[in-house]
Design a protein around this ligand. Structure first.
Ligand code: UD1
Length: 429
């Protein structure tokens, strides 16, 4: 199994290209199941989760091909992927494929909308909470589907096709919004989604669906109004930049005291994050082509951070901001309101010398003068990258094990960090 060795202490300086967003690429690839024509997606990040999803889509009969690189394109230009689901040959998404990635459950929406049936294994994914699927199932029922749970599978049927409905989510859910929005594009009549997720990745998928012929109003707001159409057609779409990757590298630079330009990052998607950075003493400024990040002074200020659905502070940056605040001058408070068990990085950060106490959904982080490298274990995707951030500032060497978690969500991480001066090395075996 691969490990990553990081020798801390180097400042990061230079440019980091930001990849396409994993959390947009996955539902966009799934949206390819909605049409028998070709959906071409560019700026698709090369990640283990994308490869895994492609296996799942191929199992349904989709033909997935990657365009070869053109001159001038680098290994960091992202892939151009064509999804051609001319014929759906299998409406079952089997446990062996779905269990490793929760987002693959989202095929439920397109399969049910297009084929009027789906048999999808209940999901696995990150161990960051119970992560139920009740909102999805309730919404599909409201759209006229019959749903049974049989042997760990959701078995859904809508013999006459799905019908439009008014869906009000009890709580904001990114995945449930994706699924209902995709399903509604081919339903009979109008669907209104209230309390829809407003994440930029949801808006990106909505825009792609519109270019495929879907009728969606309210994109980027919490009320989506979708008129079902008979069929969707092919389209070309570029995956939005990964705001979580951008925020992560912003904090890596802030942690080491360097200055980096995050090429392609969009400030509009990171407002709450930028406000928190500002309070912490980290300047994140928009400039032509990206975001420039540097610390304002020598030290970092303690801050209060509470995770919220977009446009609030993203839960996917919570572990990383905790790593950053381990070296602030005072006590910071971090409250996690989205997932109940998303503090698994705490014990690992403590192994690097952090001073963190947990009480329910709140972590108190007392800044320390220095962190010291140690062997640590990645537990989930975002947790593992928080250990990378801490290790970049720690004295001595940190050995990060179980890096497959990082490979699920961060494209060419060690390459990007080495290029701006970090001492990072991947050791195979
Ligand atoms: C997506 C993101 C993930 C991010 C999360 C929250 C992708 C591939 N993943 O995950 O990176 O951390 O949004 O921003 O885009 N819930 C229910 N019942 C449901 C569905 C959700 O109770 O049927 C709860 C969840 O347990 C959680 C909350 O709703 O407490 C939000 O989860 P949700 O937005 O659905 O997360 P995902 O879509 O799985």
């Amino acid at each position: 199994m691969d490990r990553i060795l990081i020798r801390g202490g180097n400042r990061l300086n230079g440019e980091i290209p930001i990849s396409g967003a994993k959390n947009a690429a996955l539902p966009l690839l799934i949206a390819g199941l909605l049409t028998d024509e070709v959906l071409e997606l560019s700026n698709v990040p090369r990640l283990a989760d994308v490869s895994q999803l492609n296996r799942i889509l191929r199992n349904h009969g989709a033909d997935i091909t990657k365009r070869g690189k053109r001159s001038g394109e680098t290994m960091l230009s992202g892939d151009t992927v064509r999804v051609h689901a001319e014929d759906i040959v299998d409406t079952t998404a089997p446990y062996e494929l779905v269990s490793t990635m929760r987002a693959s459950f989202w095929v439920l929406g397109p399969l049910l909308a297009r084929c009027h049936e789906a048999r999808v294994s209940l999901p696995g994914g990150c161990a960051i909470g119970t992560r139920p699927v009740d909102f999805y199932l309730e919404a599909m029922r409201e759209m006229g589907a019959e749903i049974d749970i049989e042997g760990g599978y959701v078995v859904a049927r809508a013999p006459g096709g799905l019908k439009g409905a008014r869906i009000t989510f009890p709580k904001v859910s990114v995945g449930a919004t994706h699924v209902v929005m995709m399903a509604a594009t081919l339903a009979n009549g109008e669907t209104v989604i209230e309390n829809a997720a407003r994440e930029p990745e949801v808006a990106d998928v909505a825009r792609c669906l519109v270019s495929m012929g879907a009728k969606i109003e309210g994109i980027g707001t919490s009320t989506l109004r979708i008129q079902g159409v008979d069929r969707l057609h092919g389209a070309s779409h570029r995956v939005v930049a990964d705001r979580i990757e951008a925020g992560t590298y912003a904090m890596a630079a802030a942690m080491t005291g360097g200055e980096v330009l995050l090429k392609g990052a969009e400030a509009e998607h990171l407002r709450a994050f930028i406000r928190v950075m500002d309070e912490a003493g980290v300047a994140v400024r928009e400039e032509q082509g990206g975001l420039r990040v540097r610390r304002n002074g020598d030290g970092l200020n303690p801050v209060f951070v509470e995770t919220r659905p977009h446009p609030g502070f993203p839960t996917d940056l919570q572990a990383q901001v905790m790593a950053l605040l381990t070296m602030a001058g005072g006590v910071s408070t971090i409250r996690e309101t989205i997932f109940e068990n998303r503090f698994m990085h705490v014990q690992e950060l403590v192994r690097l010398g952090a001073d963190i106490t947990l009480s329910g959904d709140t972590a108190h982080v007392r800044g320390v003068d220095r962190l010291i490298g140690a062997p640590v274990m990645a537990t989930d995707l975002r947790a593992s990258v928080s250990l990378v951030i801490a290790a970049l500032a720690a004295q001595g060497e940190t050995e990060l094990n179980r890096v497959y978690h990082l490979d699920r969500g961060f494209e060419a991480l060690e390459h990007k960090l080495s290029a701006v001066g970090a001492d990072v090395e991947r050791v195979s075996g």
